[in-house]
Design a protein around this ligand. Structure first.
Ligand SMILES: CC(C)(COP(=O)(O)OP(=O)(O)OC[C@H]1O[C@@H](n2cnc3c(N)ncnc32)[C@H](O)[C@@H]1OP(=O)(O)O)[C@@H](O)C(=O)NCCC(=O)NCCS
Length: 187
């Protein structure tokens, strides 16, 4: 069980629960073609984003299996929402979680996804006590694979044509890192 009440502070970011004032900035991210390219989501309307933010206001805790923790990533120096990180508690018995990260294109290429991911994995393996954290991504999403590898994840699977979106089949990769590997990073 894990609850995030106060922002998690990294060197350049605050990771905090979503608030109603985030709707506009999240709408920009959720309609940005560079963000959506490999996500299999259509661009979201403003009303849809309002509903998403409303649901997310309580997604600051992991209480039972399949709960999602979703945190806004906010630049400390500008106060701007630049993305989000999430962790799903996919198995309580097997202590598994699934990680994801999204950044506005202007925030990419600066190591912010790695910074936010590191803080979330610290929480996942530390306070939540997970044994394994995995991530799935479209096999063409090289930037995502690169950030997952920077976080110490190894590729475990290549799932052929496992996603059907807009009349096409897509491959996904599964990458993962174990608690022991996380603890040993940098050795
Ligand atoms: C996936 C995604 C979050 C990766 O973002 P990113 O900014 O490339 O990832 P990082 O934070 O690790 O930054 C790495 C880049 O910053 C550079 N960088 C600069 N300063 C850095 C620092 N202090 N630390 C690490 N990298 C740094 C790296 O050299 C690298 O640049 P490169 O891509 O030219 O090699 C981003 O591409 C994205 O939001 N995509 C759209 C949504 C999506 O597909 N999400 C994944 C769903 S599974």
């Amino acid at each position: 069980m894990l609850t995030v009440e106060k922002p998690i502070v990294t060197s350049r970011l605050l990771l905090r629960p979503f608030v109603p004032a985030d709707v506009e900035a999240l709408h920009v991210i959720r309609t940005e073609p560079d963000v959506l390219r490999y996500l299999y989501w259509p661009p979201a309307t403003l009303d849809e984003v309002r509903e998403v933010v409303d649901r997310r206001r309580t997604m600051n805790r992991l209480v039972e299996e399949n709960d999602y923790l979703v945190l806004a990533a906010v630049c400390r120096d500008t106060g701007r929402l630049v993305g989000e990180v999430d962790l799903c508690w996919t198995s309580v018995a097997h202590r598994h979680g699934e990680f994801g990260v999204i950044l506005h294109p202007r925030a990419q290429g600066r190591g912010l996804a790695t910074e936010a991911g590191t803080a979330l994995l610290d929480l996942a393996f530390g306070q939540l006590g997970l044994h394994r954290v995995s991530a799935r991504t479209d096999s063409r999403n090289a930037a995502c694979v690169a950030v997952l590898r920077r976080l110490g994840m190894r590729q475990e699977a290549h799932l052929r044509e496992c996603v059907r979106f807009a009349g096409q089949w897509y491959d996904e990769l599964v990458l993962a890192v174990l608690a022991g590997e996380w603890a040993a990073r940098g050795d």
